[in-house]
Design a protein around this ligand. Structure first.
Ligand code: GLA
Length: 390
């Protein structure tokens, strides 16, 4: 479904459910991660983009302390008071919204003074690694800011969403998904430095596009694998802080040359985990230079290297994603391919010649089907504008 149709459907359903028009509607897109995997919480660099699919949130204030929230696809409603905003163990989709509401008011949502009725609807495939949860948080925060007359910077809004993830949803994520959803621009990548949280938009040129290939391997970042990778990175950073004669707070401060020299003292597993974000940072820096020169083949090669690093060092790939990337390597119209986002399932991001899209999806689908019997979902992705009030 196109974004305009989703907006129309949401407004219609909202009026039917709540008997009034929304006072505000906000939109936030999903994201693809192009280069720089698990670097955000290591204070490194990432190339990402907002995509042309997203989530809308319609809202109207209430004049008492009650809130109602409806998932527009399921037409399931939950109710709570601003005096009792807590993590839910049922209908867990609400945690992204209630967590965002909670942290917009610094953990004291009663200070909002009055409640709201809200409904959301979107078209980001769930579990695909396209950050449907961050999109929901970002359209929620923008809609809430509007009805409460609050002003927040992009950085503040991203951090509110991240806190909702950490405390209500249970995923210790970085800020990549939220920043990408907010900072997207049509036809452009977002290059973010997760130390300063400064981002810039980078043009890709019209001759190139992304294709997302969604495997059918389940992607769930709240089951501990993501958290264990993050812990290993933090342990490794502490080790390097002890052995290198310079300030190290995060793996951002360590080079791959230093990893080779000073990895002794780390367990085999922790050393393997650490080299992934270290190498990814170096790849994003080289990738930026290659893009500036228009060297798409060089940039694509770094995407393939990124996937190899996920596969061998970080072990956040899976056979389904490896099959997609291996199939991509045999197609001349694909510049590069890698897993996108947390990993352990979800989607791959391919840098492609758009005119060959049909040929590419047919070849990838065939290769995947031969091994797994079912078909992946291939879709061309247009880097798109970031979150906004509609
Ligand atoms: C998930 C997290 C992000 C980031 C990526 C991996 O999408 O939510 O914060 O860590 O994985 O780069």
């Amino acid at each position: 479904m196109q974004n305009q149709e989703i907006y129309n459907e949401l407004v219609e359903k909202f009026e039917k459910q709540y008997g009034c028009k929304p006072a505000a509607v906000a939109y936030a897109p999903g994201r693809i991660e192009v280069l720089g995997n698990h670097t955000d919480y290591n204070e490194g660099y990432v190339f990402s983009a907002a995509i042309d699919k997203g989530t809308f949130f319609a809202i109207a204030p209430t004049d008492d302390d009650q809130c109602s929230l409806t998932a527009g696809d399921l037409m399931k409603e939950v109710k709570f008071s601003i005096n009792n905003v807590a993590k839910a163990s049922e209908d867990t989709w609400q945690n992204y919204v209630t967590g965002t509401f909670n942290w917009l008011f610094d953990g004291e949502p009663a200070k909002a003074g009055h409640g709201w009725k809200g409904m959301f609807l979107g078209n980001i495939p769930l579990g695909a690694g396209l950050s449907s949860s961050a999109a929901l948080e970002m359209c929620t925060v923008i809609a809430l800011c509007k009805i409460y007359g609050i002003e927040k910077t992009k950085e503040e809004m991203a951090k509110i969403g991240q806190k909702a993830e950490h405390t209500f949803a249970g995923c210790p994520c970085g800020l990549l998904d939220q920043i990408s959803s907010l900072a997207g621009k049509e036809g452009q990548l977002v290059k973010t430095d997760f130390r300063s949280l400064k981002f810039e938009n980078v043009d890709m040129g019209p001759t190139v596009a992304f294709m997302m290939v969604k495997s059918n391997a389940k992607h769930a970042l709240v089951d501990g694998a993501y958290a264990s990778r993050r812990e290993a990175c933090e342990d490794a950073a502490k080790h390097f802080a002890g052995v290198l004669r310079k300030k190290v707070t995060h793996l951002r401060d360590v080079t791959s040359a230093e990893w080779i020299l000073y990895r002794g003292g780390l367990s085999e597993t922790t050393a393997k985990r650490a080299i992934h974000p270290i190498g990814e940072d170096e790849r994003v820096v080289s990738g930026a230079e290659l893009l500036e020169k228009g060297d798409l083949a060089g940039f694509g090669a770094l995407m393939y290297d990124s996937h190899e690093s996920s596969r061998h060092w970080f072990e956040n790939s899976c056979p389904e994603l490896d099959t997609i990337v291996d199939a991509a390597k045999a197609i001349p119209e694909v510049y590069g391919a890698r897993l996108s986002g947390g990993g352990f399932g979800g989607s791959c991001c391919l840098l492609v010649k758009p005119e060959a899209a049909d040929k590419i999806s047919a070849a990838i689908t065939q290769a995947y089907k031969t091994v797994y019997g079912d078909e992946p979902t291939c879709a061309l992705i247009k880097p798109s504008a970031g979150a906004c009030l509609v």
